[in-house]
Design a binder for this molecule. Structure first.
Ligand code: AVI
Length: 327
């Protein structure tokens, strides 16, 4: 929405009813201030994330790609299990670059499966529904547009085939540990005995390596964070001056928490619709957590959520794991 439209909307209350607006105002009027990293991904944020994934310091994507390239057969054999028909459900499928490796292997080996990508973005789902049958002839695909758990329920209603859920890219890391536990429990509650989860998780490693990935020299992570302020300007009629904020990332090797903040460089006031938010110089906005786990903690996460950990597939540096858990 343009700024004019946003201002107009504020007057007739449609903007203030908007979930994005409500979350932004709640976050920026709380102490300490915070914004939800799920809002990073508008069209501009998607582009910046693509840029990030190919920057030198951001290793998780390459590590997971390596796992899917070098251990495709082993992973797919574990997924195929007894050879029965199954639904392969991907949470937050995006452009399915990583899962395409697995999909191709499964098709080439005549596995009997339907691919059900779930994504909150309608664009993503229509893109996959159109492009995958071209790039992967023979694929059976049924894209589901909506929230993860609602769509999982829908998938269960569509068929009673065994489910294999993919949750890749260390997306679980963007939840604090307690929330991640709750998410895995809820996932388990939406599955039946014998269903599987293939989950990609970034591992604890040299703290300097982790920190560099979230504080890249080219400043892409900084732009990625600042884009959320720009998004607030674009969609909610905000007037953030992004040159008055700096990006700060920190990693704690004891807890495995990597956190990103934006720091106000001046005493300043920012207007969002009819709301004015005051910032003190050096005040921070907590933007994102990217939690890292030890391999053993990954198994503990599984058992706490009543999954049985089956396999762990690592890249050659052991920086990332794709784990298979059985419900
Ligand atoms: C999407 N998610 C797993 C990324 C991560 O590593 O936490 C998002 C990201 N944030 C900064 N760089 C990448």
């Amino acid at each position: 929405a343009s700024t004019t439209t946003a201002a107009q909307q504020t007057t007739d209350n449609t903007l203030t009813d908007d979930q994005f607006y409500q979350d932004v105002i709640a976050g920026l009027t709380s102490t300490p201030k915070r914004l939800d990293s799920k809002y990073f991904y508008d069209a501009q944020g998607d582009k910046l994330f693509q840029e990030l994934m190919s920057c030198e310091e951001y290793y998780p994507t390459n590590c997971e790609m390596e796992i899917f390239t070098t251990q495709t057969a082993e992973i797919c054999k574990a997924i195929i299990a007894d050879g029965d028909a199954f639904d392969l459900i991907e949470l937050g499928a995006g452009d399915a670059t990583k899962s395409t490796r697995l999909l191709k292997y499964l098709i080439d080996n005549n596995a009997d499966f339907t691919y059900l990508p779930i994504d909150i973005s309608e664009n993503v789902i229509s893109y996959l529904n159109i492009t995958l049958p071209v790039t992967l002839p023979g694929i059976k695909i049924e894209g589901l547009n909506g929230e993860y758990f609602q769509m999982l329920k829908k998938a269960a209603a569509i068929s009673n085939r065994r489910k294999v859920v993919l949750f890749l890219g260390s997306n679980i890391g963007n939840m604090p540990v307690e929330a991640a536990k709750g998410f895995c429990e809820e996932l388990r509650n939406n599955l039946s005995a014998g269903d599987m989860l293939l989950i990609g998780i970034d591992l604890k490693k040299n703290p300097a390596t982790v920190l560099a990935a979230y504080n890249d020299k080219g400043g892409i992570t900084k732009r990625f964070n600042l884009n959320l302020l720009e998004r607030i300007n674009r969609e909610l009629g905000g007037d953030f001056n992004t040159s008055q904020f700096d990006h700060y990332a920190m990693y704690d090797p004891e807890t495995g928490s990597c956190k990103s903040y934006l720091i106000s460089l001046a005493d300043q006031e920012v207007n969002i619709g009819h709301q004015t938010i005051s910032f003190e110089r050096d005040e921070y906005i907590y933007m994102e957590i990217s939690q890292k786990y030890a391999a053993q903690e990954v198994n503990e996460l599984a058992t706490q959520a009543k999954f049985k950990p089956l396999n762990q597939f690592f890249d050659n540096k052991k920086w990332f794991v794709d784990a298979i858990w059985r419900a």
